[in-house]
Design a protein around this ligand. Structure first.
Ligand SMILES: Cc1cc2nc3c(=O)[nH]c(=O)nc-3n(C[C@H](O)[C@H](O)[C@H](O)COP(=O)(O)OP(=O)(O)OC[C@H]3O[C@@H](n4cnc5c(N)ncnc54)[C@H](O)[C@@H]3O)c2cc1C
Length: 358
């Protein structure tokens, strides 16, 4: 028996890990398939010369339990580290002013749980720590560059088709892919309600990491960074003082910033440096810069999203075991993705229950 997890972002890897942990691995082959060359999806950490550079997420709220439980399960609990600096500033277009706790996410249009506090955590050498730990546990089951192009009913379960005309039969499938991909794959098996999942809007963004010598950046910088007011002008929407926010992000004597840049004409790194040099009074050029483009970044849900997802799940419950998981459906934060992946695994295990036990 085969259980296929489509998508090796954090949701898919968490689902596969939960399937394995529940003993499904003994009764079924768990296979994780990803269209990309590397696992992790939006989690991208690069380590260079003692710097830790995040392309996507850089942390999660300390009050969110799921990712931390997962860290414990995969044996990297001691790699959890707390935010060091506290508080953020508002760039008004003329000066930096203190910003009330929790206001930064609101200004950036990030949908957050109001009860989850504002204390963040990450992993010692970046968010990829958790991906690497999961991959180490799942390695024989993981197949990259395996883009699923279609799903169709098969004699027992589902047939997955791949780019290049090959296919795989699986008794159960977890789709841990972005909403627009799931919308297309599910519409192909007649789940017409799934077409509406395409309404989830994935906002484009660019992150630019910039390294400097510590003496290029004023020692008076306070807090974790700043958010630009909507009328501040400029392309930089926010900036994290990465080497102040989390420990060990830059070697001693160096500074690391990360800017969130809106759509720009021209080189995002030069634009980010020019604006940050003015705002933060940085002297001289960066030592290096690293740009990550996210044409479809953080998902935002339109009104009625939860009801649409529930309607799709209701429909899926009447088909052979098939579940959806991930940021496109159950919350954009990394911990929500872990929770979503685990719940999809639990559901599939429940559906396969008699087979797994028998
Ligand atoms: C710039 C940025 C900053 C962020 N910052 C934070 C943060 O600080 N904290 C936080 O909690 N969250 C943050 N997020 C959000 C968080 O990173 C994501 O919501 C989360 O990682 C998504 O995980 P996922 O597994 O649901 O999806 P993804 O990571 O998108 O994984 C989906 C996977 O599916 C694969 N796939 C797609 N189509 C197919 C197909 N047809 N066949 C096979 N595979 C396919 C993709 O290659 C991908 O690997 C940030 C996101 C971005 C972009």
């Amino acid at each position: 028996m085969t259980v296929a997890v489509v998508g090796a972002g954090l949701a898919g890897l968490s689902a596969a890990w939960a399937l394995e942990g529940a003993g499904a691995g003994a009764a079924a082959d768990v296979v994780v398939l990803d269209a990309g060359r590397r696992p992790g999806g939006m989690i991208v950490t690069e380590r260079r010369d003692g710097f830790v550079v995040e392309g996507g997420p850089d942390g999660f709220l300390a009050a969110e339990p799921d990712i931390q439980e997962l860290a414990r399960e995969v044996g990297i609990e001691e790699r959890l580290v707390d935010q060091v600096a506290r508080g953020a500033a508002l760039w008004t277009g003329r000066r930096l002013e203190p910003l009330a706790e929790g206001k930064a996410a609101e200004l950036l249009g990030i949908q957050v749980n109001a009860n989850a506090g504002t204390q963040f955590r990450t992993f010692t050498t970046g968010m990829a720590d958790v991906v690497e730990a999961l991959v180490a546990c799942l390695v024989p089951r993981l197949r990259t560059t395996q883009g699923v192009t279609a799903i169709a009913p098969a004699a027992r379960g589902w047939r997955l088709s791949f780019t290049g005309a090959s296919s795989l039969d699986a008794e159960a499938v977890i789709l841990a892919v972005p909403a627009w991909v799931a919308a297309r794959l599910l519409a192909g098996v007649g789940v017409s309600a799934a077409r509406e999942l395409d309404t989830v809007l994935y906002a484009p963004s660019i992150t630019v990491s910039l390294a400097y010598r510590a003496d290029q950046v004023p020692g008076t910088l306070e807090g974790t960074g700043f958010v630009a007011a909507p009328d501040a002008g400029g392309a930089v929407r926010a900036c994290t003082y990465t080497w102040r926010k989390y420990p060990n992000r830059a070697p001693d004597g160096f500074a690391l910033l990360r800017a969130f840049v809106g759509p720009v004409d021209g080189d995002p790194a030069s634009i980010a440096h020019a604006e940050l040099a003015t705002i933060l009074r940085i002297e001289g050029d960066p030592l290096w810069t690293r740009v990550f483009h996210w044409p479809r970044g953080l998902p935002r849900y339109p009104r009625g999203h939860a009801e649409r997802v529930a309607a799709v799940r209701e429909r899926l419950a009447r088909l052979a075991p098939l579940a959806i998981a991930g940021a496109g459906f159950d919350g954009a934060g990394v911990s929500a993705c872990v929770k979503s992946g685990r719940e999809a695994a639990r559901e599939i295990l429940g559906r396969l229950g008699s087979h797994v036990r028998g």
